[in-house]
Design a protein around this ligand. Structure first.
Ligand code: ZN
Length: 284
């Protein structure tokens, strides 16, 4: 994602949105009640600009009814105005595709974030953009395990208390975090940066497999725990790794047990499920 272009788009969007807000003020909606006998006119800024009441409903003994009708017409007007504002705004924010591209964000959430960002001050927006840029420039891949890190090697690889004979292979850095949360694993990690998926053009060369083989052959690894996701791609990757490491006699390749639901990602598993899956791993 290009942050500079995203910022430019956000600025353009901000300008467009204040223009829309101005236009909305000039637009009016009429809320009705009692079959149109009571009318409330409201502008896009939710200000009541006119009320009209048919003399038919003005009866001294039915004041309660009239009050209810006015209230109903007012609510009707407000509903219409809100809907109009939403439509106008979503027409403008429709171009906010960068946000909807973020994982886990649907159109609605992206729109909510866009609105929030537009309400923040320029200074806040710049600080956020700066933080994203800094994160991108500071964080690199660990030269040993491929995990994201600000230091070289990463804290997990640098920790001498961790068991170098156990190597846990995962698809993504998020999976390392998920497994670390269980507190069950005291070995080392290897991040593949994905899983085999021929349909998407992801073959062995696109993954950190050469690095894995080298680490296993050169180090004193005795067990490789394959903790790829329990998806078709994750399973295929696990089998591929098992076959790849078969010639290395001192190494046992194990697969985490199926405590993890099929078709889901490791990062979304709860700690107990993940811990059980790790303890129940089996040789493959
Ligand atoms: Zn590392």
């Amino acid at each position: 994602m290009n942050i500079q272009s995203m910022l430019k788009k956000a600025q353009a969007l901000q300008a467009k949105m204040s223009q829309v807000q101005e236009e909305l003020k000039a637009k009016e909606m009429i809320g009705t009640a009692g079959g149109g006998k009571v009318k409330v006119t409201m502008n896009g800024a939710q200000e009541v600009t006119a009320i009209s009441i048919d003399p038919d409903v003005v009866k001294p003994d039915e004041v309660d009814l009239l009050e209810d009708l006015v209230l109903a017409a007012f609510r009707d007007a407000r509903t219409k105005v809100t809907k109009m504002a939403e439509e106008e705004m979503s027409r403008v924010t429709g171009g906010m595709t960068e946000l909807t591209r973020l994982p886990g964000l649907g159109r609605k959430s992206a729109q909510r974030i866009a609105f929030h960002l537009l309400r923040t001050t320029d200074g806040d927006a710049k600080r956020l953009a700066q933080a994203i840029l800094e994160l991108k420039s500071k964080v690199t891949d660990c030269e040993i395990c491929g995990n994201v890190t600000e230091t070289q090697p990463c804290a997990l690889c640098a920790d001498t208390r961790r068991d170098p004979s156990l190597l846990c292979v995962v698809e993504q850095p998020m999976d390392v975090l998920a497994l670390e949360r269980t507190g069950e694993f005291r070995g080392r990690y290897h991040v593949l940066k994905g899983a085999l998926s021929p349909v998407d053009g992801i073959g062995p060369d696109q993954l950190k497999l050469t690095e894995l083989i080298r680490r296993v052959k050169e180090g004193d690894v005795r067990e490789v725990i394959v903790a790829t996701n329990p998806t078709a791609q994750g399973e295929a990757t696990a089998l591929y790794i098992a076959r790849l490491l078969q010639p290395v006699e001192r190494v046992t390749v194990t697969r985490i047990a199926r405590g993890v639901p099929m078709g889901s990602d490791l990062e979304f598993s709860d700690q107990v499920t993940l811990a059980r899956a790790l303890t129940g791993r089996k040789e493959i």
